[in-house]
Design a protein around this ligand. Structure first.
Ligand SMILES: NC(=O)c1ccc[n+]([C@@H]2O[C@H](COP(=O)([O-])OP(=O)(O)OC[C@H]3O[C@@H](n4cnc5c(N)ncnc54)[C@H](OP(=O)(O)O)[C@@H]3O)[C@@H](O)[C@H]2O)c1
Length: 274
């Protein structure tokens, strides 16, 4: 099957989102511009940034330099924790829009579930969506209690929930909830920042499929309809991470990987952070 036919999944509002994207956390200046340009020229069509990453200007520049038509590219950014609240979120959205300078934002997310701010922040994001300022809206780091709480105050179901997720942090309750409510789960820190590349179970699968450990983990996600956003600013690894559409992991091996959970978390636990 052609890469293009495997790259996309549908959101609950009928729009589509690429299953594989480039995460740009901790990239700055030319590094960020070059990584985005390289990724788009490689075939990536999703870029995941955030106000918190302080590189939206460079991401916009990389997009323009790539020469890829704007409407082929899906750009996500997020409201920063310090900007949450109704009016603050609207202001933050304007700032991100002008820094990116790419006509429109495809996806706007709440970056973290901040105590006392979740409802008003979501209402502002709904306002942006319902009035056509942004094409899709969602949340990040929403563990099950936050997702359930949203049912009481939201009028739009988020179209994605971006959370730390990997075979080593297999959040089955959140995955089930998202699948039941047609919310696309998007896995961040999918490569566990390389910490598990020497796991013998992963190395065995990499040898079996003649792929790298990174490619096995990314294919594992995409094959289950889980969107995934590995970060790399190295052109060779940017290409390596995209080269996952020419093989298939057997359903038995997928099943095994779904049982590798070690609750291995790299980023803060959203339950205890605030
Ligand atoms: N919503 C949130 O709260 C949240 C939190 C964290 C992350 N995120 C998003 O998720 C994205 C990805 O997560 P992450 O950056 O934390 O971690 P990650 O993607 O799991 O790992 C990135 C690290 O792995 C290296 N790497 C990438 N590809 C590799 C490969 N094929 N082989 C060996 N090493 C490789 C990268 O180095 P090189 O660059 O040198 O290749 C980098 O050091 C972020 O960039 C961000 O967009 C969101």
């Amino acid at each position: 099957m052609a890469v293009k036919d495997q790259l996309y999944t549908q959101l609950n509002n009928g729009n589509t989102i690429p299953l594989l994207g480039l995460g740009v956390y901790d990239m700055h200046n030319d590094e960020a511009i070059n990584a985005v340009e390289c990724a788009l020229q490689t075939g990536y069509r999703l870029i995941d940034t955030a106000a918190m990453y302080e590189n939206e200007k460079q991401i916009g520049e990389g997009i323009r330099r790539s020469g890829i038509t704007r409407n082929e590219i899906f750009v996500t950014t997020k409201v920063n924790n310090t900007d949450q609240g109704y009016d603050e979120t609207l202001k933050a959205f304007d700032k991100s829009s002008s820094l990116l300078d790419i006509d429109y934002i495809d996806m706007y997310l709440i970056h973290w579930p901040i105590k006392g701010k979740r409802e008003q922040t979501w209402k502002a994001i709904e306002y942006l969506y319902q009035n056509g300022y942004v094409k899709n809206i969602g949340v990040a780091n929403y563990l099950l209690p936050f997702l359930k709480e949203m049912q009481d105050y939201s009028s739009v179901v988020p179209s994605i929930n971006q959370m730390e997720f990997s075979p080593y942090l297999f959040m089955d309750k959140e995955l089930n909830y998202c699948q039941e409510h047609r919310i696309v789960l998007q896995a961040y820190t999918p490569l566990v920042r390389g910490e598990k590349f020497t796991d013998p179970k992963l190395k065995t699968l990499a040898e079996k499929y003649n792929k790298t450990p990174a490619q096995i983990i990314l294919r594992w996600a995409v094959q289950q309809g889980i969107s995934t956003i590995p970060k790399s600013s190295n052109p060779i690894r940017i290409k390596e991470n995209f080269n996952i559409f020419d093989f298939e992991i057997s359903s038995d091996d997928i099943h095994q990987m779904n049982h590798w959970n070690e609750n291995h978390r790299i980023v803060d636990d959203p339950m205890t952070m605030f």
